[in-house]
Design a protein around this ligand. Structure first.
Ligand SMILES: C[S@@+](CC[C@H](N)C(=O)[O-])C[C@H]1O[C@@H](n2cnc3c(N)ncnc32)[C@H](O)[C@@H]1O
Length: 449
């Protein structure tokens, strides 16, 4: 790539290295992890948002200076567009606008290609693996037609509130709130609560969770030292987050989720504060992919690590039957309480509250050495890490299914597994976060040889 000259003189402060506000003409290179593409200016890497590989853009620097190793910029004008570009369906998905969606300016198919390139690049760079990655579309079943594809799918959204009580979403890498009257990726069920029509005095954020059955739940997080002014709750459940947990105001403090996997319905209760996948088809898609990867048989001994409210525990329990076992480990006591209710009567299930590394590191504990012929792990964005990967490998599982929301963390952990005798035997990637840069992967790892 040919370095381009800055098209505007350096603003005041350039002497101290401040480049913010400069507009650069840039040839845009490949997509990079994090929702931006790579360009170069005078030899320095610039991460450019709102651009696509192969484009020529004018980009305003949002973070940069003489002492910075790399800069960040927003494409503010496209001089040569890539074929995959389209107008963003949301009016605030633009430079300086909402930071929630990174890829609205790309067609849905292009978005999936960008995500596939990121997963492949991370596996190549961090695990030394060359893979042809395909990101599979997942129909949310809510809106049809390609113009609408990727919209109205999010069933859980956390809105921030500005100083005037207006709800919205935050700017990219900023605490500033962009007030919103609509969020086109949020589902009708979320918006139907009226969350964006209220003024939320004394509130920092409002989480909305819509389950498959029953009313949606609004969880209000009060601003520091404030008493939140709450709306009248009609056809919704309402709760306030307190230091001690959730205070119920109206309805219930949880939502109901029913997940159909291989012709069987599994019912879950998920407390407002607990983790649940946000795409309506995420739970059945991932549970199906985990079953495909592990191929559990009656009598198998399974470990479900980072188990949340017990999604994979339930489907594995069904598959291994009463002669098998599923030990589920989860750090959030409330999620385990939910799982306990949902999995009541499944005698083959054992639920353990605790840090995964600590629980696995206790050989005579509930997840001792004899557990884990089959292992599923679904860690947070930071990944599992060397210690947990080591503890899994030490149990010599037949197969490991790794569910990952961050391809970099997945690639790092796959590299640890490789050092301990496990190879990547397959990878599926799903577009469960359309219009954003996020992608969910399910990797299958098996012993070498
Ligand atoms: C990505 S969620 C997966 C939940 C579940 N597998 C599902 O699909 O619904 C990750 C879960 O790991 C839990 N968690 C994060 N760090 C943990 C740790 N160090 N030990 C145990 N659980 C942890 C979180 O509370 C969260 O429920």
């Amino acid at each position: 790539m040919r370095p381009r000259r800055a098209t505007r003189p350096r603003p005041a402060g350039a002497g101290s290295g401040d480049a913010v506000g400069q507009v650069l003409e840039l040839e845009v290179g490949p997509v990079a992890h994090g929702g931006h593409c790579v360009a170069r200016h005078e030899g320095r890497v610039v991460f450019v948002r709102h651009a696509l590989p192969g484009e020529l853009v004018r980009a305003r620097v949002t973070e940069g200076g003489a002492t910075k190793g790399f800069w960040r910029a927003d494409a503010v004008e496209v001089l040569r567009a890539a074929p995959g570009r389209r107008p963003a369906p949301c009016p605030v998905a633009r430079p300086g606008g909402c930071g929630g969606c990174d890829f609205q300016h790309a067609t849905p198919a292009t978005q999936r290609d960008l995500k596939a390139a990121v997963v492949a690049e991370q596996l190549q760079r961090l695990a030394g693996l060359t893979l042809d990655v395909v990101v599979e579309p997942v129909d949310p079943g809510t809106v049809v037609g390609t113009a609408q594809e990727g919209l109205r799918w999010r069933r859980r959204t956390q809105f921030a509130v500005d100083a005037e009580g207006r709800p919205g979403l935050r700017r990219h890498r900023s605490h500033a709130v962009v007030p919103l009257r609509d969020c086109p990726i949020s589902s009708e069920a979320v918006l139907g609560t009226g969350v964006l029509e209220q003024t939320w005095g004394g509130v920092e954020t409002v989480e909305v969770a819509a389950g498959t059955d029953g009313p949606p739940l609004l969880v209000v997080h009060p601003a520091a030292g404030a008493h939140p002014r709450l709306p009248r709750a009609e056809d919704v459940s309402l709760a306030v987050r307190t230091p001690g947990g959730l205070h119920r105001v109206a309805g219930r403090t949880w939502v109901a989720e029913t997940v159909r996997v291989r012709e069987t319905d599994h019912a879950f209760r998920v407390s407002g504060a607990g983790f649940w996948q946000v795409h309506p088809q995420a739970a059945p898609t991932l549970a199906g992919a985990v079953l495909d990867a592990l191929d559990p048989r009656p009598g198998d001994r399974c470990l479900d690590l980072y188990a949340g409210s017990g999604l994979f525990t339930a489907v594995l329990a069904e598959a291994v039957g009463l002669t098998g076992t599923v030990v589920a480990v989860e750090g959030e006591a409330r999620a385990v309480k939910d799982a306990r209710r949902s999995l009541h009567g499944r005698d083959q299930v054992r639920l353990v509250v605790g840090d995964v590394a600590r629980v696995l590191g206790t050989p005579d504990g509930p997840a001792g050495q004899e557990t884990g012929e089959l292992v599923v792990l679904d860690p947070p964005r930071s990944g599992a890490g060397r210690e947990v990967v080591g503890a899994i490998a030490a149990r010599a599982p037949r197969v490991v299914a790794y569910v990952a929301c961050d391809p970099a963390a997945l690639a790092r952990d796959v590299a640890w597994f490789a050092e301990l005798g496990y190879r990547l035997d397959g990878l599926r990637a799903f577009d469960l976060f359309p219009n954003t840069h996020h992608v969910e992967c399910v990797a299958r790892l098996v012993p070498l040889g």
